[in-house]
Each structure stands twice: as C-alpha cells, then as structure tokens.
Ligand binder design. Structure first.
Ligand code: BG6
Length: 493
C-alpha cells in the first residue's frame, strides 16, 4: 500500500548500547508484531560497517529461537547502514538522500535514537535537525539517553541547545526505569485502590525508602562512571523519578501531560539535599573472594584514576514540603558491588498507637514491639507487591503476634505472563507517541536542582568516601542514618 512509512535510526550503531539493547529490542518488537508495517531501520556511525557485521556483533543478545529464523532474516532485510561523521553537514545531507531512497517516501516519519556518548549529542542533534527532517506532513522524534548534563548548569545548556532545534513535543528523554512494569504499576496501585488513598500521607506513613542495589561493579565502564558517580548515574534520575510517582498528587487523567504536571509539582516542593543527610561510599576488592571480579575494587577498574573519590554508593534523604508529606523522610539509597541485585520501594507506616498488645509477645519474643506495617513494591528482580502486617500466631492460645505478608508475587500469581523489557515499552511508546514514560524538561531541571548543591559540595570539600567490601550488604553509616530519620528496618538488609 502507499501508506505512511516510518524510519527508525540508530545513531551509534556500532556501540555497546546499540548492540546490547537497542537492536535486540527492535528485533523483539518486530518479532511480536508491534512495529508498524512499512518501517525500515537505518544504523549510523563513524566506522565502515555493514548490516551483517552489526547483526553478528549483536547476535548473542538477540535470543533468536530456531522457529524464528525466517522472521529474523526478514527483519535484517529491512535494516540498512550508513557511515559518516558526527559533525559534517555533507554527511548528514547524504544520509538524508539515502533515507529518501531507502524508505521511498520523503514524508516518512523519522525516529532518531541517539545511542551516543554525550560529547557528540550537541553536534549530532543540530545536524539531524538541519539536514534530516522529513518533508511535511512527516514528523520527527528524537530519543535521547542520559546523561543529560552533569549538573544543573550543563543540563540547562544541553536543554537550551536542544530547544533551539527541536520542540519539546519532538524530544523523548529516556529514563528506562519508567519502562519497568512495577514502576508503571505504582500509578494503578495508588489511584485505583481506595484502601491506599486514605493512608498515603504523613499521618500514616513514617518513612519511605527507595533502594537500588547491584551485585556487579563498574566492569570496565569505570571511565564513564568516574565522571558521574552513583548520585548522577542512578539517584538523580531513576530513584528521583520513582519518588515523584510515589509522592505526586492524583493526576487529572492518564495523559502524559497531566501525569508529568503532578510529578514536577511534587519535585518543586523538595528543598536541595543537605550534606549532613548524605552518606557516600566506594567499593574495595574482597581479597577473600574466589571470584576474580569481586577481588577487584573500584580503583582497580581501568579508566578510574587511582585517587578517585567518586562514590559508587550513596544514600540521600529528601523532604517534601507540602501538606501531604511534611516531615516524612524519603530515603534514597543506591549502590554498586553489593551482595545482591534488587530495586524496591518500602513504604513504612507509623506505629500502632494505644499499646493494647504491649504485654503480648511478638515474634521477636519481646514485649511491646509490634512491627510496623510496610508496603513493599519490588521493582526487580522477581516483581512483587507485599504488605507486611501482624497476625495472630496460628494455633496458639492467647495473643502471640507474628509478622507475615499479604503477598502478590508476580511469578506465582501471574504464571506465564511475560513482562516486556523496559526498552521494549519505551521504544513502542515512541512509535505511538505516548509521552507518559519520558522525562519532561522541567522535571529534569527540578531533579538537578535538588542534587546540584551536594554534588558541588562533595567535590569542593573533598568529602571522603567510606570504603565497603565488594559483596557487602551496604554501609552501616547509611542504615544508621536511615534509622535516625525514623525508618525501622524489619527484615535483613
Ligand atoms: C543505568 C546506569 O541507567 O542503569 C547503570 O547507568 C545501571 O549504572 C543501570 O547499571 C541499571 O539498570 P537495570 O535496568 O539493570 O536495573
């Protein structure tokens, strides 16, 4: 048919992100029938590559089943590759001509995915806008990945640059945590259940803990990571995004604009983090480990300067100055090279007043220590929502009390349901034009405003990082800080 065509560009087609994430994601979307008909894909990078080579490099991430071979070959056939510089107008003019030829339609919608190092964003985005816009009524969408700058100032500069060449409408800023099932579910959980709406505030909630843990180190990414550190890499974006969804007021509707209006409103109520509410650490090798990866500390990563003070672990505490949340600590904690991979949100409720059970034994065998209720949303792995509650110990005479869970563990309740990868959802959103799961420029700016002063202070005052061993549960100093703010940990760290 002569219907509307789409061209999806992968800039940085030879790079790591393209190979490990973008190409596999495009294939899975194609395989599952989500890519509109009449779509073609064009890779662009500086090296003289071929489509065959790109797919060879990405082969082990594609997970192609035997019975999918034919489809896979069809997918490869609608891919092309163009090589050229990231800053010369003539290369982009040539790309434009090639694109018209390949797609056969100058008005095809064009989606540009920049899987590129930040140093070339500026030039590439300018060149694309000047030389590779489709003819009307075709439209353009530009997908950008973090880092969106290094601090408030550089982020604003990048935004100004992008705003010169693109409307906000055209910009899709990825925060892949927004593509995760359980992050999206927070909105449904909060606003479609009467039971939560009455207690979702300072009267009932004592503290909120948002936790990100990884059991791997920087693994050769140290060169990139060292310039940023864990606060910029994970807290400013992923954890702050989760916080804004947990804490926002009820949006007027499920549209991207209404939801993001509420997210940014709650971020505006947060004062910059204070340095006394920050704990930072850096991992060292565990000499006793049998795993050579774990014997290596952060400073042993090639590309990391031997005297680096970049944190690989951090905890910050935020307060939201509005009627709903005044005084409730939001404790954001993130670390690499810990004992496990886990991301979760823990909403801890206040103590039960009245002391009716003070004389009863609890599960700890201690009188008068009723555990607090806690709602846990486990983002990954093994997605779950569970509510920790107290119950009468089954079968016992009298009121012995023990903690238990009302437990919705996905792989038990929803056996066989496949949860799509975050990138699959987000790239699909780009095709359909849904902005719910992308970061708006004002959100980005607010998130930087909140972390900016401590980042500067950590640098200026040369705040030392507390060492922790690869595989540690976390930093004792961080747990103590959380406890000081009133978060009582009820499980094992
Ligand atoms: C990225 C960070 O944004 O998220 C990485 O730059 C981190 O340092 C990654 O490893 C974690 O993503 P996920 O989806 O594996 O939790």
């Amino acid at each position: 048919t002569g219907s509307q065509r789409h061209v999806f560009f992968v800039f940085g087609a030879s790079g790591d992100l393209a190979k490990k994430k973008i190409y596999p994601t495009l294939w899975w979307l194609y395989r599952d029938g989500f890519i509109p008909e009449n779509t073609c894909f064009i890779g662009y990078a500086r090296s003289e590559l071929t489509v065959e080579k790109i797919f060879q490099n990405a082969a082990k991430y594609m997970k192609v089943q035997d019975d999918e071979r034919e489809k896979y070959e069809q997918f490869i056939k609608i891919n092309s590759y163009v090589h050229g510089s990231y800053d010369k107008a003539e290369d982009f003019e040539r790309l434009n001509k090639e694109t018209n030829k390949i797609s056969g339609q100058a008005t095809a919608h064009r989606f540009f995915y920049l899987a590129l190092p930040p140093s070339v964003y500026g030039n590439v985005s300018e060149m694309i806008s000047k030389h590779c816009r489709p003819e009307s009524p075709g439209f353009l969408r530009l997908i950008v990945e973090k880092p969106f700058g290094k601090d408030l100032e550089s982020s604003n500069k990048l935004s100004e640059h992008l705003n010169k060449f693109y409307s906000e409408e055209e910009l899709y800023r990825i925060d892949h945590y927004l593509g995760k099932e359980m992050v999206q579910n927070i909105i449904v959980l909060r606003f479609s259940n009467k039971i939560f709406s009455r207690v979702w505030n300072r009267d009932s909630i004592a503290a909120v803990n948002i936790i990100f843990k990884e059991d791997i180190g920087t693994q050769g990414r140290g060169g990139y990571f060292d310039e940023f550190g864990i606060i910029r890499d994970v807290i400013q974006n992923h954890l702050m995004q989760i916080l804004s969804i947990v804490a926002m007021e009820k949006p007027r509707s499920t549209t991207g604009e209404d939801i993001r209006d509420e997210k940014v409103k709650v971020l505006r109520c947060i004062a910059p983090i204070k340095i006394e509410d920050v704990v930072i650490g850096q991992y060292i090798g565990d000499k006793d480990s049998t795993d050579p990866e774990r014997q290596k500390g952060y400073l042993d990563d090639d590309g990391v300067p031997k005297d680096s003070r970049t944190p690989t672990y951090a905890q910050v505490v935020l307060f939201i100055n509005n009627e709903r949340w005044d005084g409730v600590p939001f404790i954001l904690r993130a670390g690499k090279a810990l004992n496990e991979k886990k991301a979760e949100i823990r909403i801890q409720f206040r103590d039960v007043p009245g002391g009716m059970f003070d004389e009863e034994l609890t599960e700890h065998g201690v009188k008068g220590t009723l555990a607090r209720d806690e709602l846990v949303i486990r983002v990954q792995p093994n997605e779950a929502i569970y509510l920790k509650v107290n119950t009468k110990r089954p079968g016992e005479m009298g009121f012995s009390i023990e903690g238990t869970e009302l437990d919705l563990t996905y792989n038990e309740r929803y056996q066989g349901v496949k949860l799509p990868d975050a990138y699959e959802r987000l790239i699909l959103d780009v095709f359909t034009g849904s902005k719910i799961n992308f970061v708006r420029s004002d959100e980005l700016q607010e998130a930087w405003r909140i972390v900016d002063p401590i980042l500067a202070e950590i640098d200026k005052k040369k705040v030392p990082v507390i060492p922790y061993k690869f595989g540690a549960v976390g930093l004792r100093e961080a747990f103590a800080g959380a406890a000081m703010h009133g978060y009582i940990y009820t499980g094992t760290y």
